[in-house]
Design a protein around this ligand. Structure first.
Ligand code: CP
Length: 305
């Protein structure tokens, strides 16, 4: 049985096949309309979500399957003290596949050992978010036509931003990726990621607090919000939250073909005026997220039409 807990659970050929399958579905949306008839997805969300939960649900419905689950752990028996292990063992009796978001890092991994059905990590604390990474890779491939030879700037909360951690890990497998890490000094990429992924794979990288100086060199700017829910001290959050704001004026210094990405939700870090710029890709990421999750469900359930 296959799970997706960490993006490295997928081999390079498997990753490429998923991206190809998602592109096929985009070209021919009716292709898999009944592929998951009779199958159920359980969406177990112990943390808030708009895109990830609803795109998983939309993906399964578009595959002809059905969905069960909850969007608030407080409405489940976890509120009475039930363990993650018992919760997923129970849900595995009702569903064919589980997508789980949890504030505790490692909870989906633990779930995968007890569920009896495939488990997908839909985001665990400040750790990983592999299906967002799949959506990001699909977006990069469709926008740039390649997944290598790119200078990618990551900007914002690189410490707690789990989408950043998963995407950097995935990009480490491709040739010619250079990283520009733009963050406040208090929110850098974690040391473990720097040592075990960036330096281990000899990825060229620079760290800076100067977004405007970095901007003209980038092929892609991946913005992130400061992750309020991970702060222990609200004063620190308030001090850091608006440190980087991308606006139409700053976009004048970016390359004419630079893509602006953001996993969303956005707070203030991208001005809404940038939304009309053809370089803004973040709502394309949202849509790509549904198609790549369709491809993932088909693959993990081994239901390929
Ligand atoms: N990108 C993302 O994970 O969004 P949600 O928190 O809305 O699911």
């Amino acid at each position: 049985m296959r799970h997706l807990i960490d993006i490295t659970d997928l081999s390079q050929p498997e990753l490429d096949s998923l991206l190809d399958l998602a592109s096929e579905i985009i070209e021919n949306p009716g292709k898999c309309a009944d592929a998951c008839k009779g199958k159920k997805l359980a969406a177990l969300f112990f943390e808030p979500s708009t895109r990830t939960r609803l795109s998983f649900e939309a993906a399964m419905l578009d595959l002809g399957g059905s969905v069960i689950g909850f969007s608030d752990g407080g409405s489940s028996s976890a509120a009475k003290g039930e363990s993650v292990a018992d919760t997923v063992r129970t849900v595995g009796c009702y569903a064919d596949i589980i997508a789980m978001r949890h504030p505790k890092e490692g909870a989906p991994l633990l779930a995968s050992r007890h569920a009896g059905v495939p488990v997908i990590n839909a985001g665990d604390g400040g750790h990983n978010h592999p299906t967002q990474t799949l959506a990001d890779l699909l977006t990069i491939k469709r926008e740039k036509g390649r997944l290598g030879s790119l200078n990618i700037g990551f900007c914002g909360d690189l410490k707690f931003g789990r989408t950043v951690h998963s995407l950097i890990t995935a990009l480490s497998r491709y040739e010619g990726i250079a990283l520009t890490l733009i963050s406040p000094k208090e929110l850098p990429v974690p040391e473990y990621l720097k040592a075990s992924v960036i330096e281990k794979n000899n990825m060229p990288f620079t760290e800076t607090v100067d977004m405007e100086a970095a901007l003209p060199e980038l092929d892609i700017l991946y913005m992130t919000r400061v992750q309020k829910e991970r702060f222990f001290n609200e004063a620190d959050y308030i001090r850091l939250k608006d440190r980087f704001i991308l606006d139409a004026y700053k976009m004048k210094n970016a390359r004419p073909d630079m893509s602006v990405m953001h996993p969303l939700p956005r707070v203030n870090e991208i001005s809404v005026k940038v939304d009309d710029d053809p370089r803004a890709c973040y709502f394309k990421q949202v849509l790509n997220g549904k198609f790549i999750r369709m491809a993932l469900i088909l693959t993990l359930l081994e239901v390929l039409s």
